[in-house]
Design a protein around this ligand. Sequence first.
Ligand code: SAH
Ligand code: SF4
Ligand code: F3S
Length: 434
Amino acid sequence: MKYHIVTYGCQMNLHESEKIAGVLKECGYAEEAPAEEADIIVFNTCCIRENAENHAFGNIGALKQLKRQKKDLLIAVGGCMVQEEGKAAILREKFPFIDILFGTHNLPELRSLIERKRKQRKAVVSVPAERAETEDRLVPVRTSFPNAWVNIMYGCNNFCSYCIVPYVRGRERSRSAEEVLREVRSLVAEGYREITLLGQNVNSYRDGDVDFPALLDMVASVEGKFRVRFMTSHPKDFSAELVAVMKKHPKICNHLHLPVQSGSSRILSLMNRRYTREKYLEEIALLRREIPDCEVTTDLIVAFPTETEEEFGETLSLVEEADFSSAFTFIYSPRTGTRAAAMEGRIPEDVAKSRITRLIALVNEKTREKSAKYVGKTVEILCEDYDEKRGMYLGRDEYGRMGYFKSDTPKIGEWIELYVKEANGISLYGEPVE
Ligand code: SAH
Ligand code: SF4
Ligand code: F3S
């Protein structure tokens, strides 16, 4: 029997899909296959913005036909959307052909849900549990060799006023440092070359006396040649200790993803981010003083309720000042149940579109400028994949830039010294040197 998983959303979800694949294997679905050949199709959904939900609705709807042709096909929908208040009911009503619904809190129960569904025809619905059982005993089927994701914590307590994550992922819970280290050691021993520590807000990790800088220090002290990344950091918890640990270990990538969201302190306060523009810029300054070649990437939201043209201008000027090497940019999307959704002063769509267009143009220009500096230089990339269309291998440097090159021999999992001949946006093109 075969399975097919469709994943939306963040790296947390991508990793969760690896755990879902682990459960499917236990249930006898031996290999991954295209949707048309699969015996079970699982959607791992995201609800961070409206368009993420619309994508999922569209693609689940498209399965009706397949389900009609193939009576035994099972369709399961899980992830953040299912955990969202009232959404499971809507999904059930819109798509009565869904067999299994499971929230982010129900992953450990997925196996029994599948087994139950196989025995009875009626749709099995698991009501999202209030608190998550730990997922730690699930064994992921890793799909991204030589990179591996390792959860260090689940959930979020921050309640940024625009964000639905705390509602669908529940309260913060950290894994034990011992368990994280055991997992990292075994991944390195298996040959994984890049470990990404995952959490919605890794800086608030805590296991007894072990805080995030201490955990990072321990992870980077594991023997072997590998890289360490982590995401996501919250500026309110950024610390000199974190910078010191990054500086101490060459294994930790000199790249920090530090979402700022807005350049206006008034908007940041409305967003409940608990830092100001000035504090954010001080953090970046400290980081660059200590680690001059460190690159910073970020997330930005435009058209938050009541954002003025001037305040949007502050986001533009912050992009210049902070000197980001790239950024994810979003138009604010109201999420039912969050505080911002009840705020007055919605920004009209045409204004929001004009702002995001200007922001993207600026971000792209910065990215191009930064990448161009690498032409004529050699960067170390970790080869992670082969791009069929381009006929090239690809991998990332420590800053997260993609490097492309040709090779006649398999290179996935190898460290490559890439002599950069051309740069295009966030991508570098070159030749391996010995
Ligand atoms: N935990 C991470 C990121 C979570 S979601 C953090 O705090 O940084 C990833 C990004 O999606 C956020 O950084 C934010 O920029 C964006 N985002 C979240 N909710 C949004 C919303 N309602 N509308 C638009 N963008 C949103
Ligand atoms: Fe959402 Fe804020 Fe938590 Fe990030 S820190 S997941 S943006 S509430
Ligand atoms: Fe989306 Fe859930 Fe991640 S809402 S961004 S998949 S935590």
